[in-house]
Write a protein that binds this ligand. Structure first.
Ligand code: PLP
Length: 400
């Protein structure tokens, strides 16, 4: 009879991928549904990146590479860390993996034992608690509520740390809230970390380049250089360079973690795709100007979506400083009934109602650990977003 491992039994399929699959099925059935569930830029991979990949194929870069990345790509990543973050890593402090998710997975599997605690601020990226649970660790959730602009306070963090804490997961700008921490807020987080020498921080900077705040992006290792031995800085090409399909993620940090990750990778995926690595090196080392143009387009959409969702009865949508998501609080919709008499008693019920009656797909807040809310991705055209927001407004207005 079928048997799955205990480790697999501890995890759920990704809720965002599940919703995106539902949308794909509805579309295939001919239903006019607007999908706002996928965490993927609608822009194309830049041409100069594609050309670098084609060139790599032509000149024979089609074989195994070093297990955790080519020297050429690691050098491009070192250059990126110097240019963007003022961080100077050695070659033995860089790991390249099959997407940012794989980087996080490798780092956690390589370091988390059964019983270890990993602190995860909510709302969190869906995969953090599942990967921790897969390792046999215990996710410890602390909530950054809408009233706190979806950020945690240093006091909350301090209170959550125990002798069993192995990692703190830290993601700014955040998926799903778009919340971004200021340099001063990072300093205050660093101050807490400094007091607990056994704790490490996994800093997920995946949305570094999708940024609208009037202060500049910074990362914890840059703000707190004295903590460099306890920080793994994770990033990737997926979001900044519209390269979700190429699957390149990477990390910079202590050589012992990088080595442990390579050992794990040597017995699982081996090297990331050689052609994708060549493309990633071109992306990281090439012109970066287009990022500003894309941010300008994202910002316009953000402003429209925030304004329109705040006009929907029952929703309160804070304005994010980065990423391409908004995370409206839906407290005002709870306890109401749909025109069909169905009670909206959870954000999951609200999202089902949006999908069934308004034909708009978002992801319920429960998947990100903070309810009642939902996540909308605005990585799609303004015209589609406007249509979607009107549908959500009408659906909210029809609740009584
Ligand atoms: N970290 C965050 C916060 C994300 O939102 C994502 C993707 O959605 C990832 C990491 C992983 O990105 P990928 O595996 O597509 O490179």
């Amino acid at each position: 009879k079928p048997h799955v491992s205990a480790a697999l039994g501890r995890i759920q399929p990704s809720a965002t991928l599940a919703m995106t699959a539902r949308v794909t099925k509805l579309k295939a059935d001919g239903v006019d549904v607007i999908g706002l569930s996928a965490g993927e830029p609608d822009f194309d991979t830049p041409d100069f990146v594609k050309e670098a990949a084609i060139e790599a194929i032509r000149n024979g870069q089609t074989k195994y590479t070093l297990v955790d990345g080519t020297v050429a790509l690691k050098d491009a990543i070192r250059g990126k860390f110097r240019r963007d973050n003022g961080l100077d890593f050695g070659l033995d402090q860089i790991s390249v993996n099959v997407g940012g998710k794989h980087t996080l997975f490798n780092a956690l599997v390589a370091t988390v034992d059964a019983g270890d605690e990993v602190i995860i601020p909510a709302p969190y990226w869906v995969s953090y608690p599942d990967i921790v649970a897969f390792c046999g660790g215990t996710p410890v959730i602390i909530e950054g509520t809408a009233a706190q602009n979806y950020k945690i306070t240093p006091a909350q963090l301090d209170a959550a740390i125990t002798p069993k804490t192995r990692w703190i997961m830290f993601n700014s700008p955040s998926n799903p809230s778009g919340a971004a921490y200021s340099p001063q807020e990072l300093d205050a987080i660093g101050e807490v970390v400094r007091r607990h020498p056994h704790v490490m921080v996994m800093v997920d900077d995946m949305y570094e380049h999708v940024w609208y705040a009037d202060f500049a992006f910074s990362t914890l290792a840059q703000r707190c250089p004295d903590l460099i031995d306890r920080i793994l800085t994770v990033n990737g090409c997926s979001k900044a360079y519209a390269m979700t399909g190429w699957r390149i993620g990477y990390a910079g940090g202590p050589a012992w973690i990088i080595k442990a990750m390579a050992k794990l990778q040597s017995q699982s995926t081996s090297n990331p795709c050689s052609i994708a690595q060549a493309a990633a090196a071109a992306a990281l080392g090439g012109p970066q100007q287009f990022l500003d143009d894309r941010n300008a387009a994202f910002k316009k959409r953000r402003d429209m979506v925030v304004a329109m969702l705040n006009d929907a009865p029952g929703l309160n949508c804070p304005t994010p400083d980065g990423a391409f998501y908004v995370y409206p609080d839906a407290s005002g919709c709870m306890g109401k009934k749909t025109p069909d008499g169905k009670l909206i008693d959870s954000d999951e019920a609200l999202i089902d109602y949006f999908l069934d009656s308004a034909r708009v797909a978002a992801v319920h807040g429960g998947a990100f650990g903070l309810s009642p809310a939902f996540r909308v991705s605005y990585a799609t055209s303004e015209a589609v977003l406007k249509d979607a927001c009107v549908r959500i407004q009408q659906a909210c207005a029809a609740l009584a």
